[in-house]
Design a protein around this ligand. Structure first.
Ligand code: PEP
Length: 247
């Protein structure tokens, strides 16, 4: 049985005062679902260890462990700051920083080397969906971005249709189910059923308190990667509670 995961991506939002939101999420985080918050790098060390039930993750890492890479942060540095997870391959990184699948794969290997669990993001653009290319795009991203040797402990996949991120638009539950079933089958083929069935599949893109329960009822949805609605406990807590109740 896969444990559920409610992951929050704070993106480039939050200063020290935002950490009070973690305390306000603490009760919900005591439930069955795991809770992960990925704050900006400046808050990692202060966020880590604040609550035993809230894991802390980075939002990116460099593929190298150290070196002349001004402004970058390595996977061992994230681990040193108290992170246990890192989001990689987010569509905003792929777009803003032209990150390729090959680079995401290198970063994933570096994160594993540092003992981090990777939340690997993939998803189609609106144009790709309208052209009927969604499953092909997702299969290519999955296979090219993921190194061999994944396990249920080291890899989480987040399906995030680009057109649903921050837009309030959301795929139908049938569309989410189709992609998640497909991802499960791809993972089983690539890594074998034992590992493929252990890797958690998150849905991400405009998850809100009002739609969370419906999304969590879709088979092969093991939780969510949440952007905007993870910033405030008042929004994220009902999402965590919906996941706790989803069984
Ligand atoms: C995200 O950026 O990963 C995301 C899912 O954002 P939002 O929830 O705001 O759509």
């Amino acid at each position: 049985m896969r444990s559920k995961l409610a992951a929050g991506n704070w993106k480039m939002n939050g200063t020290q005062e935002a950490l009070s939101e973690l305390a306000a999420m603490a009760d919900a985080a005591k439930g069955a679902a795991e809770v992960l918050i990925c704050p900006p790098a400046t808050l990692l060390a202060s966020a880590a260890g604040r609550d035993a039930n809230i894991a802390i993750g980075g939002q990116d890492c460099h593929a190298n462990a150290s070196g002349a890479h001004t402004g970058d942060i390595s996977a061992p540095m994230l681990a040193d700051a108290g992170a246990t997870h890192v989001i990689l391959g987010h569509s905003e990184r792929r777009q803003d920083h032209e990150e390729s699948d090959a680079l995401v794969r290198e970063k994933t290997a570096a994160a594993w080397q540092a003992g981090l669990t990777v939340v690997l993001c993939l998803g189609e653009s609106l144009e790709q969906r309208e052209n009927g290319e969604t499953l092909d795009v997702i299969a290519a991203q999955l296979n090219k971005s993921t190194p061999d040797g994944a396990t249920g402990e080291t890899l989480v996949i987040a399906y995030e249709p680009i057109w649903a991120i921050g837009t309030g638009k959301i795929p139908t539950t049938e569309q989410i189910g189709e992609v998640h079933d497909f991802l499960r089958a791809e993972l089983n083929t690539r890594f074998g059923a034992e590992i493929g069935n252990a890797i958690r599949l998150l849905y991400g893109g405009s998850v809100k308190p009002g739609n969370a329960a419906e999304i969590f009822a879709v088979p092969n949805v093991d939780g969510a990667l949440v952007g905007g609605a993870s910033l405030k406990a008042a929004d994220f807590t009902p999402i965590i509670e919906a996941l706790n109740a989803s069984g």
